[in-house]
Design a binder for this molecule. Structure first.
Ligand code: COA
Length: 637
C-alpha cells in the first residue's frame, strides 16, 4: 500500500539523516565535519534516478497514445517508434548516451528539467507557472489583526527555517522510502532572475553571509526588515509587530511607482527591463535586497468584498495574481521563490515561484507555520528593536515608467482572462474510496476523466504530477491519467443499456490502471521525462531530432487539456494554478478524510472551457461513482 508524505520526525545524524544540501547559516553552531558527514550520509542513502529501458518506454508511449489520438495517427506513430528503437537506430544511440550521462551526474534529469520546464519558459510566471496557495480565512478583519497575524506568521517561518538550518527537519517518507529533502533548502533566501533568453535562480542561504532579513511589501512599497537582533537571536513576535506597524504607517500613501508589477511581464520583456533597471545603483541595491531576503511578505490592501464559496475563489485569485494592477498585483515580487500574502479581511496564503520546488515541501512549511500561529500569543507590551525597517528606493526613468504601464495593462488582460473556481466537495473524501479498497487519488483522477468525457465526449491528454523524490534531487514525472482502461470506463458509465456490475468492473480496472501508472512513475519508470531526456540529448549533440518528436501524436500527447496535481496538507487549504494550454483546465486538489478541496481554472477567452461547469461536473462524477458502488453489492466484497 502506498501512503504518501508520512512525516516521521527523525533528527538528522540519527538513524535517518535528512539534510541534503549543506546549509551555511546555522542558528546553533555545528562543526563543519558533522554537517558534511550528515550531508554525505544522506546523499549516499538516496538512489539515483534510473534510465528506463528504451523498449519499455516505447511500448508504454504507444499505449498512452491510444485514448488520445486517432487510429490512423497511432498507426503512423507506431511505424516511427519501431524505426526509432530498432537495433542501431537513433533511439539506441541516444539511450546509450543518456545512460552515460546518468552515470556521470547526480541526477540525469533535474538540471534539464529546471531549464526546460521553468528557466527557458518565456510566458509570465504569474498564472502560467507559479502556483498560489489558499489558506482558510483567518480570524481577523482589520489592519491591526493583519499585522498581528503577519508577525506570528513571520515567526512561524523562521521557526521552520531553524529546523532547516539545524538539520532537524523531519524526513518525509513515501511508501516507507525516505525522500530527497533538497527542495527544502532551495525555497528560502532564493529568487529567480530574469534573463534575455533564459532565467536563472540565485540561492543565498548557502552564501558566507546568509541573509538576516525579509522583505515586506505594503501599498506597492518594499521594505527590508531585519529579523535577527544584533546578538543573533530572532526578533520576538512583539518586536515584529512593532516593525510591521512602522512599515504600514510609513507607506499609507500609494505614491510610489508600482515597480513590482514588472515581475508579471513575460520573461523576455522583464529581462530587458531588468537590464536597464539595475543600471542604476539604487535600483540594483533594492532589487538585490529583495532577491537576497529570506522571503517576501505581502501585506495586501482590501480586495472586492464577496462571501462564502466566492470568497475562496477570490482568495485564489489574490494568491495567484493579486487581482490586477488596481488591486494587489503590484504588491508582489513574483520572481521571489516564496511570498506570503495576508489581506486585511483574514485572507491568507502564498505564491511561490516554481523553479526550485514542488508544492508538497511548500505546503509542509505552511502547515508548520499555520500550526505555529495558532500556538503563539502576543505579549501585552510592545517591545522595541534596535533597528527599524528600511524602505527600498527605486529611480524610475521614463522608459521604465513606460514598461510599468505596459506591464499593468498586460497583467489586467491576464487577470480578466483567468477564471478560477475553488470548490469544496463535501460529500466524502479519501474515506469512501478507501472503504472500497481503492486508491483515493486514482478514484479522483478517474472522476476527472469521467467529467471531461461528459463535457466533451472524448478523452484528452492528462497530466498528473508524480513525485520523483525517492531519488536524489528528484523532481517530478507525469502520470498520464487517460488510459485505455479509463477510456473504456467513461464510455460505458452513462450507457443505460449496460449492467452496473460491468460498470463497477470497468471502474475498478480504471482505478487499478491509474495506481499502476502512479507506482511506475514514482519509481522512475514513466515515459515522459525519459523521452524528454532522449530529445534533449539529440538537441545537445546537434543531430537531427528523431521524427517521433516532431510527430503530430507527440504534440497531441503534450497538449494537456487537463493539467492536474494532488497537493495534500494537514491544513484545510488548496493550491491553485492556471491551465497550461489555452483550451485547458488547471485542476489542483487536496483530498482530506471527509471532503475534497478543488481549485479549477480555465481561460475566459476560450469558448470551449468553463471552470465552474467543469468543477460542477467533477462533483457529479464523484457522486455518481459512489452511487454506482453503493448500488452494486459486488463492490462491497
Ligand atoms: N485501499 C485502501 N486505502 C488505500 C488504497 C487502497 N487500495 N490505496 C491507497 N490507499 C490509502 C493510502 O494508504 C493513503 O493513506 P493515508 O491517507 O493514510 O495516507 C491514502 O489512501 C492516499 O493514497 P493515494 O490516494 O493512493 O495517493 P498517494 O498518497 O499515494 O499519492 C500521488 C499519489 C501521485 C499524488 C503521489 O504519489 C505523488 O507523487 N505526489 C506528488 C505530487 C506533487 O508533487 N504535486 C505537486 C506539483 S506542484
Amino acid at each position: 500500500m502506498w501512503g504518501i508524505w508520512s512525516r516521521t520526525v527523525v533528527k538528522v545524524g540519527m538513524a535517518k539523516p535528512c539534510s541534503f544540501v549543506k546549509p551555511c547559516h546555522l542558528v546553533k553552531p555545528v562543526s563543519a565535519t558533522r554537517i558534511s558527514g550528515r550531508y554525505l550520509t544522506h546523499q549516499k542513502g538516496l538512489p539515483s534516478l534510473p534510465v528506463p529501458p528504451l523498449q519499455q518506454t516505447c511500448e508504454r508511449y504507444i499505449a498512452a497514445l491510444e485514448p488520445i489520438v486517432e487510429t490512423e495517427e497511432l498507426k503512423y506513430t507506431k511505424k516511427l517508434v519501431d524505426e526509432f528503437q530498432k537495433a542501431g537506430g537513433d533511439g539506441e544511440r541516444l539511450q546509450r548516451a543518456l545512460e552515460k550521462r546518468a552515470s556521470n551526474t547526480e541526477n540525469w534529469l533535474s538540471d534539464w528539467w529546471v531549464q526546460v520546464a521553468y528557466l527557458d519558459y518565456r510566458l509570465p510566471v504569474v498564472v502560467h507557472s507559479s502556483p498560489g496557495l489558499v489558506l482558510p480565512r483567518m480570524n481577523f478583519t482589520d489592519k491591526q489583526g493583519q499585522i498581528r497575524f503577519a508577525a506570528k506568521l513571520i515567526a512561524g517561518v523562521l521557526d521552520f527555517k531553524m529546523m532547516i538550518d539545524n538539520e532537524t527537519l523531519p524526513v518525509e517518507f513515501m511508501g516507507g522510502k525516505p525522500l530527497c529533502m533538497n527542495q527544502y533548502y532551495q525555497v528560502l533566501s532564493s529568487c529567480r532572475i530574469p534573463g534575455l533568453k533564459r532565467d536563472s535562480i540565485v540561492n543565498h542561504s548557502r552564501s558566507s553571509s546568509s541573509p538576516k532579513h525579509i522583505t515586506v511589501v505594503h501599498n506597492c512599497q518594499f521594505f527590508v526588515l531585519d529579523v535577527y537582533n544584533s546578538d543573533g537571536t530572532l526578533l520576538s513576535v512583539d518586536q515584529l509587530c512593532v516593525q510591521l506597524e512602522h512599515i504600514c504607517n510609513s507607506s499609507q500613501q500609494n505614491n510610489s511607482e508600482p515597480v513590482g508589477i514588472l515581475t508579471t511581464s513575460d520573461r523576455d520583456t522583464w529581462g530587458r527591463t531588468y537590464q536597464s533597471l539595475i543600471k542604476d545603483k539604487i535600483n540594483k541595491d533594492s532589487v538585490s535586497a529583495i532577491q537576497r531576503s529570506i522571503f517576501t511578505l505581502c501585506l495586501d490592501g482590501a480586495m472586492p468584498q464577496v462571501s462564502g464559496d466566492v470568497h475562496r475563489s477570490r482568495s485564489a485569485v489574490q494568491m495567484l495574481h493579486g487581482g490586477g494592477s488596481q488591486w494587489n498585483s503590484a504588491n508582489r515580487w513574483f520572481d521571489k521563490t516564496l511570498q506570503f500574502i495576508i489581506g486585511e479581511d483574514g485572507t491568507c496564503g502564498a505564491n511561490y515561484e516554481h523553479a526550485p520546488a514542488e508544492g508538497p515541501p511548500i505546503v509542509a512549511l505552511i502547515d508548520h507555520v499555520v500550526e505555529y500561529t495558532r500556538r503563539i500569543e502576543l505579549g501585552k507590551t510592545p517591545v522595541k528593536s534596535s533597528s527599524m525597517p528600511q524602505k527600498l528606493h527605486f529611480k524610475i526613468t521614463p522608459e521604465i515608467k513606460r514598461d510599468i504601464e505596459e506591464a499593468k495593462h498586460k497583467m489586467d488582460i491576464l487577470a480578466q482572462d483567468l477564471d478560477m473556481r475553488v470548490v469544496v466537495f463535501e460529500e466524502f473524501g479519501k474515506n469512501v474510496p478507501k472503504t472500497y479498497k481503492m486508491s483515493p487519488d486514482a478514484f479522483i483522477q478517474v472522476a476527472l476523466q469521467l467529467a471531461f468525457y461528459r463535457m466533451y465526449q472524448h478523452s484528452c491528454a492528462t497530466y498528473e504530477s508524480a513525485s520523483l523524490r525517492m531519488f536524489r534531487l528528484g523532481r517530478t514525472d507525469t502520470i498520464r491519467s487517460a488510459s485505455r482502461a479509463s477510456g473504456e470506463f467513461v464510455k460505458v458509465f452513462d450507457n443505460p443499456s449496460k449492467q452496473n456490475t460491468e460498470k463497477v468492473e470497468l471502474l475498478e480496472k480504471a482505478v487499478q490502471a491509474h495506481r499502476w501508472y502512479t507506482n511506475m512513475a514514482i519509481s522512475g519508470q514513466a515515459i515522459d521525462r525519459h523521452l524528454l531526456g532522449l530529445k534533449m540529448l539529440a538537441l545537445e549533440q546537434q543531430i537531427t531530432v528523431p521524427p517521433i518528436f516532431t510527430d503530430k501524436s507527440y504534440s497531441k500527447a503534450l497538449h494537456y487539456r487537463l493539467s492536474t496535481s494532488q497537493v495534500p496538507s494537514k491544513t484545510d487549504c488548496v493550491m491553485c494554478f492556471g491551465p497550461v494550454v489555452t483550451n485547458g483546465y488547471g485542476v489542483c486538489y487536496n483530498p482530506m478524510d471527509d471532503h475534497i478541496n478543488f481549485a479549477v481554472s480555465s481561460f475566459n477567452t476560450c469558448k470551449e472551457t468553463d471552470a465552474a461547469a467543469f468543477a460542477q461536473t467533477v462533483k457529479g462524477a464523484l457522486l455518481d461513482m459512489r452511487t454506482l458502488l453503493e448500488e452494486t453489492p459486488k463492490a462491497r466484497l
